[in-house]
Design a protein around this ligand. Structure first.
Ligand SMILES: *[C@@H]1O[C@H](CO)[C@@H](O)[C@H](O)[C@H]1NC(C)=O
Ligand SMILES: *[C@@H]1O[C@H](CO)[C@@H](O)[C@H](O)[C@H]1NC(C)=O
Ligand SMILES: *[C@@H]1O[C@H](CO)[C@@H](O)[C@H](O)[C@H]1NC(C)=O
Length: 243
């Protein structure tokens, strides 16, 4: 049997102690900053250290963890290298780019060549008319048309759903020249504005409290297709390897 590990890079901070993952640092500072979250761009997360040689397939992704809602101005991310804050300080996106490059080079260095390494691109969101906390909605049974996609997702239009393609660009840059293959599921998912839980959240008042959910997916649904594609890609790889 193949050993497969789905690794969600940068999970929440709840489980982490150091490293690529943000860690809370609660010194109070003068400049209106209540606390910072430290990210050591050059130290792998603990969970990584012993897995690099064991698995036949490693799958990475970037999740939706780094955003301005989790790390607002008064509790920012601060990026460290060699144990010292990077100067001048990096903003979240530039910090992410440095961390992605650091992860990619760690993988190239530490993971055996025969391991299949995939990086899943971002899962797009479909908030229409505003962010999740500004009445953004996705009650729709209509798929987007191809000619609509850029206006929804292209960062140059500055819409609320621009994150996926923005992060994908950083991923693409970080993986250039490595053996890590992209598992590009973003484009096919961009069409599916109709496939999120929206107001059908199962809990009373959930929409009033959290807004509509235009980020996660209904199941059965889009992620099942991702799994089919992933399975095909894994089979293809190992068939080729056998010759
Ligand atoms: C990694 O493996 C070493 C040796 O087996 C062990 O001492 C160490 O605690 C492990 N580290 C983690 C984070 O599991
Ligand atoms: C969301 O819509 C409600 C009802 O129309 C309105 O009262 C509220 O101010 C809106 N909230 C935001 C953040 O725009
Ligand atoms: C993913 O695929 C789409 C459609 O082919 C393409 O436009 C996009 O550039 C790809 N993204 C990455 C990061 O390669």
């Amino acid at each position: 049997m193949w050993q497969i590990l789905l690794y969600v890079a940068w999970l929440s901070c709840v489980y982490c102690y150091q490293t690529w993952l943000p860690v809370e640092n609660s010194e109070v500072r003068k400049d209106g900053i209540k606390g910072t979250y430290r990210v050591d761009v050059d130290i792998p997360a603990n969970d990584w250290i012993n897995v690099t040689k064991f698995y036949d397939v490693l799958i990475f992704n970037t999740g939706h963890w780094w955003d301005r809602y989790k790390f607002p101005k008064d509790t920012p991310l601060v990026f460290y290298k060699g144990g010292k804050p990077i100067e001048p300080p990096l903003d979240m996106h530039n910090g992410l780019k440095v961390v992605l490059k650091s992860i990619a080079s760690y993988i190239e260095r530490e993971v055996p060549r025969k391991t299949l390494k995939l990086w899943r691109t971002q899962s797009p969101r479909h908030f229409y008319g505003g962010e999740w906390d500004h009445n953004g909605s996705c009650v729709s049974d209509r798929r987007l048309e191809e000619h609509e996609l850029n206006s929804w997702f292209d960062p140059q239009f500055g819409g609320v759903n621009k994150e996926a393609r923005t992060v994908n660009l950083a991923i693409q840059e970080a993986l250039a020249g490595t053996e890590i293959q992209l598992l590009n599921l973003t484009y096919m998912s961009e069409f599916r504005a109709d496939a999120h839980p929206a107001i059908w959240l199962g809990k009373k008042d959930a929409v009033a409290v959290y807004g509509q959910d235009c980020m996660h997916w209904c199941l059965p649904g889009v992620p099942d297709t991702w799994v089919d594609i992933l399975a095909a890609q894994i089979m293809h790889h190992f068939k080729q390897e056998k010759g």
